[in-house]
Write a protein that binds this ligand. Structure first.
Ligand code: CMP
Length: 171
């Protein structure tokens, strides 16, 4: 099971090796602080205050050290990640690494189709991440205006890139 999953479901309170430490989480976190952070994320710019409160209720914020493994290709995955600060690296294949920046997200594919992780994702720098678990993902899609469309556009772009790459490998 992915490390963040174990932290999200409470089976470990934090990474015993200290590589990953939750910053804000659960009911103990100050909702107002979380809402202020959400306002800085472009994905949430069309959200009303009520919608932001809804997102803040279901989201956890984690600080993650560079090098932390966030998803592992081929394994099941139960979280959606949005980058607040820092850069993540999606290792789509041995030759293809894609850098993901603040405002970008990953982990949506396993939540949408229930399949295993399509790529390994590692923190390229220290990261601040917003993490949403599978059981809250539907709430996120309902509450955030335009999120479904953004996911579709991103997925279309990824399919196109994968097809171009396959074509280049064949040709
Ligand atoms: P998921 O398959 O759940 O977990 C790995 C994630 O890596 C995947 O969701 C996407 O969010 C991301 N990912 C997969 N392929 C690419 C790609 N070509 N470019 C950017 N990100 C990708």
């Amino acid at each position: 099971m992915e490390l963040i999953s174990r932290m999200m479901d409470g089976s470990i309170p934090y990474d015993p090796e200290g590589r990953l430490e939750p910053v804000l989480s659960g009911p103990g976190a100050k909702q107002e602080d979380k809402i202020e952070r959400l306002k800085e994320v472009s994905l949430f710019e069309a959200c009303s205050q009520r919608q932001l409160r809804g997102v803040a209720r279901i989201a956890r914020v984690f600080d993650v050290a560079a090098g932390t493994l966030l998803t592992r290709a081929g394994e099941p995955g139960d979280e959606f990640f949005l980058i607040i600060d820092g850069t993540a690296r999606a290792e789509v294949s041995v030759q293809k690494h894609v850098l993901l920046h603040p405002g970008e997200f990953f982990g949506e594919m396993s939540l949408l189709d229930g399949g295993p992780r399509s790529a390994t994702v590692v923190a390229d720098t220290p990261l601040r991440l917003l993490v949403i678990s599978r059981r809250h993902f539907a709430v996120l899609l309902k509450d955030v205006p335009g999120l479904t469309e953004t996911l579709l556009v991103t997925l279309s772009r990824r399919v196109r890139q994968a097809e171009d790459r396959a074509e280049r490998l064949r040709g």
